[in-house]
Design a protein around this ligand. Structure first.
Ligand code: ADE
Length: 251
């Protein structure tokens, strides 16, 4: 079972998300356990202060190292191995390959969420295995990133998604291509028609159309992904067709 531990000043954020929908069901079915730990419980003094002014001056507060180390020390009493992650814009970019790597971890995933202006650097130096970035923007804290990481990992665990095909043909997992368009009833809505081929019942034509539209989307929206995608001879034929079609549309 994948065990995720999230050290945070706002455990309610983690618990609320992790108890609903797919993640909630995955926990109930024993595929994953998401455990929130309140860093404040490990802070000293009557007021359990978790932050302080930065050495060297300047604005903002810095999260103290001690409560985070103390919390991890407590967790480690169980003797389990842990991979400790710290979400931050300075980290390794989180992508589907990284999610797949983490979903296969035998160690527990322990995610330390920062807040305020930053966290005492000794947490990174003495505790953290990987800093992980969701992208080139700054969030107010690590909680959303922790949930995104957990969510992306859990849906890859076999059995978590009802339909076994769902996670193997979705965006970024179908040979590295973006997903094809999806439709459901009715066949015409506000004048917009479902592509005829999807109503045809011809499975081979549907498969070919989906592959072609996945390729088209990737070429148009994320051409950078095409170079790394796993493509065969049929794909090359489809790409030639798409380039002709897209070229004509621009005329
Ligand atoms: N914390 C703040 N910004 C972040 C980002 N872009 N990715 C991961 N964690 C963050």
């Amino acid at each position: 079972m994948l065990v995720c531990e999230v050290l945070t000043l706002f455990p309610g954020i983690i618990d609320a998300y992790a108890s609903e929908s797919i993640l909630g069901k995955a926990q109930a079915s024993g595929f994953v356990r998401v455990h929130s730990i309140n860093i404040r419980d490990f802070a000293e003094g009557k007021h359990r202060v978790t932050d302080d002014q930065p050495y060297g001056g300047g604005g903002g507060m810095v999260m103290k190292a001690a409560p985070i180390f103390e919390a991890v020390d407590r967790l480690r009493l169980d003797g389990e191995e842990r991979r400790i992650l710290f979400p931050s814009p300075q980290g390794r970019r989180f992508d589907q390959a990284f999610a797949e790597e983490l979903s296969l971890e035998s160690r527990r995933l322990t995610i330390v969420c920062g807040r305020y202006e930053g966290v005492d650097e000794r947490v990174m130096a003495g505790l953290v295995d990987d800093e992980v970035s969701l992208g080139d923007y700054v969030l107010t804290g690590g909680e959303l990133a922790a949930l995104a990481i957990i969510d992306a990992c859990v849906r890859l665990i076999p059995g978590v998604l009802g339909d076994a095909r769902s996670s193997s043909v979705d965006s970024f997992s179908w040979d590295g291509l973006l997903d094809y368009p999806h439709y459901t009833r009715p066949p015409v809505y506000r004048g917009m028609r479902v592509p005829e081929v999807l109503l045809s019942g011809n499975h081979e034509e549907v498969r070919r159309w989906r592959r072609k539209e996945a390729l088209r989307r990737t070429l148009v929206r994320r051409p950078d992904l095409i170079d790394r995608a796993v493509l065969d001879v049929e794909d090359q034929t489809l790409i030639t067709e798409i380039k002709k079609e897209e070229g004509h549309e621009q005329d």
